[in-house]
Design a protein around this ligand. Sequence first.
Ligand code: HH2
Length: 285
Amino acid sequence: MTTKADISRQKPAGLPLLPGLPADRPLIMGIVNVTPDSFSDGGDFAAPDRAIAHGRALLAAGADILDIGGESTRPGADPVSVGEEIARIAPVVRALAGEGAVVSIDTRHAAVMRAALNEGAAILNDVTALTGDPGSLALASESGAPVVLMHMLGDPRTMQADPRYDDVVRDVYDFLARRVAACEAAGIPRDRLIVDPGIGFGKTVAHNIELLRRLDAFHGLGCPILVGVSRKRFIGSISRDEPPKERVAGSLAAGLAALDRGARILRVHDVAETAQALAMWMMLR
Ligand code: HH2
C-alpha cells in the first residue's frame, strides 16, 4: 500500500513525446463526441461531417489535441458494439488526422484503438486504463503511442450507484500506480504514460472535490496529469443545478485550479473559453 509520504508533493512530470506539440505549457484537449448520447453534447456531432467540422472549429479555437470518441461513458450509458464504434470514429479520425491534427482516440476497446491508429490517431485515451479489453495492453505497447490511463470505479452503467473509498486520493493513486507498473511490465515506458484521476467516474461530489484539491499528490506517479472536469455534473451540484452547457464557468474555475496543482492537459468541450483562461493563467503565473 502507498503511504502518505509516497504521495506527497513532487515535481510535475514533463509531457511525453507528443510530436509537434509545445512542451512548455499545459495543453488543451478538445472533445469530439461522435455519439448520439453523450451527456453534454450527445447528438450534436453524431454525423461524421458535423464531427469533422466541429474538430476543425476546436483546432481553430486553440485545441492542441482532438479527443475523438464513439461511445458515451456517461453514468448509466449502455455500451455500443465495437463495429458501430469503429463506424462512428473512423471517418472522423481519418479526416482530422489527415489534415494534420494530433488525434487521441477515446475508447476502451482494442479493435477501436487499432482502427483509429490505422486512420492516423497518435494517442490512446482509455477510461479503463487498459483493463477493459484483454488485447489493449499488448496493442498499446506495440503501437508506440502515448496512453492516457484513467481511473474509473466499476463501469459506466453502475459506477454512480454508491461509490465508496477508504481514502479516495490514496485508492485512486494506488490503482494508477498498479496500472503504470502493468504498462511498464508490458513494455510501455513511463514517459509514454499520462495519468488521470477520472473525475465523475464512480465518484461522489465530495470525492471529485477531494481529488481536485489534492491533485498534486498524483505527481508521485512520475507521469503528466490529465484532468477532465468539463461540464460535469458535480459542477451543477455545487452550484445551481445548471444543465451541462451552462457549466462552462465552473469548468474553467476547476480547470484553472487543476493547472495550479500541476495538471498538464485539460480535456474540455469549450476550447475557446479554455484557451482564453489558459492565456491569462500563463501571464499571471
Ligand atoms: N471524461 C469523459 C470521457 N472520456 N477521458 C479521460 N481521460 N478523462 C475524462 O475525464 C473523460 C474521458 C466524459 O466526458 P464526455 O466525453 O463529454 O461524455 P460522454 O462519455 O458522455 O461521451
